[in-house]
Ligand binder design. Structure first.
Ligand code: ADP
Length: 242
C-alpha cells in the first residue's frame, strides 16, 4: 500500500534560521502517529507545513500521491485540531461542528445530510444532549470533543492534532487518550498527534516519531523508542538514560 503522506527533504526556516532541516517521512493510512520533541524543536512548524498553512522553503509534501500545492485546500483531506480548540464562542455546539460543512466549497450538501453528519459526530464524540449549549457553558473536555468533531465531520483522511490534550487537566488528559485512540480506530483515519510529553507519545502512537534539532532522530514502535533510543539525546529526553 502506498503511503498516505510523504515528505521529501522538507526544509523550512524563519528569517534565515533553519527550523526543519531536511525531513523525510512516510506515514501509512489507518494509523496513530505520535510526533514527539522538546519545545522549539519544530513540531508545530512541521504540522503547519503538512497542513499547507505554510509553504516549505524546499522539498515536497505529498498526500495520497499528489503534491499538496496542486490540490485546492478544500480537497486536501487534511483536518487540523488546534491546541486552544479555536471554537466560535457565539455559536452552539452543533453549529460549531457543522461550520466546517457550511463553509466548504464541496457543492451544495443538502441540509438533511449535513444534520445527519453532525448528529453522527455528536454521538461519536459523546456530546449527545449538549447540541444547543454555547461554548461558554461546556467544560474543557467537552470543548476538546467539539474541536475534534468539527474536524472529523469533514471526513479527512489525515488529522493533525497540535498538543490536543495540552489545555486539559491531568485526569481528563488520561481519559481523553483512550477516547482519541478509540475514535481514530472506529473511523480508520490517520492521526498525527504532536506532543512534548514522552509518556503521552509512547502511550498513544502505534509509531513514535522523534524530532530533534530540525531532523527526525527516530521513527519506531513505542517500545523500541523506549528500550532502544536512537541517541543519548533521545534517551535523556525519555528519562531512561543511565
Ligand atoms: P515546537 O512546536 O516544537 O515547540 P515550533 O515549530 O513552534 O516548535 O518552533 C520552532 C522554532 O521556530 C522556534 O525557534 C520558533 O521560535 C520558530 N518559529 C516558529 N514559527 C515562527 C514564525 N512564524 N516566525 C518566526 N519564527 C518562528
Amino acid at each position: 500500500m502506498s503511503p498516505l503522506l510523504q515528505l521529501h527533504a522538507v526544509e523550512k526556516g524563519f528569517g534565515g534560521s533553519p527550523v526543519l532541516k531536511g525531513i523525510n517521512l512516510a506515514l501509512r493510512g489507518d494509523s496513530y502517529i505520535s510526533l514527539l520533541g522538546p519545545s522549539g524543536s519544530g513540531k508545530t512548524t512541521l504540522l503547519r507545513v503538512i497542513a499547507g498553512f505554510d509553504e516549505p522553503d524546499r522539498g515536497d509534501v505529498i498526500l495520497d500521491g499528489k503534491r499538496i500545492d496542486d490540490v485546492p485546500t478544500y480537497q486536501r483531506n487534511i483536518g487540523f485540531v488546534f491546541q486552544n480548540f479555536a471554537l466560535f464562542p457565539h455559536l452552539s455546539v452543533a453549529r460549531n461542528i457543522g461550520f466546517g460543512l457550511e463553509n466548504r466549497a464541496i457543492g451544495a450538501m443538502p441540509a438533511a445530510e449535513r444534520r445527519d453528519r453532525v448528529a453522527a459526530m455528536i454521538e461519536l464524540v459523546g456530546l449527545t444532549g449538549l447540541e444547543e449549549r454555547g461554548i461558554a457553558q461546556i467544560s474543557g473536555g467537552q470543548r476538546q470533543r467539539v474541536a475534534l468533531a468539527r474536524t472529523l465531520v469533514t471526513e479527512p483522511k489525515l488529522v493533525l492534532l497540535d498538543e490536543p490534550l495540552g489545555a486539559l487537566d491531568a485526569n481528563l488528559r488520561t481519559r481523553m487518550r483512550d477516547e482519541l485512540r478509540a475514535i481514530r480506530e472506529r473511523l480508520g483515519v490517520t492521526f498525527l498527534h504532536v506532543t512534548g510529553s514522552e509518556t503521552e507519545a509512547l502511550a498513544m502512537g502505534d509509531t513514535v516519531i522523534v524530532l530533534a534539532n530540525g531532523r527526525i532522530a527516530q521513527a519506531d514502535a513505542p517500545d523500541t523508542v523506549y528500550s532502544q533510543p536512537a541517541s543519548a539525546e533521545i534517551a535523556r529526553f525519555l528519562n531512561c538514560y543511565n
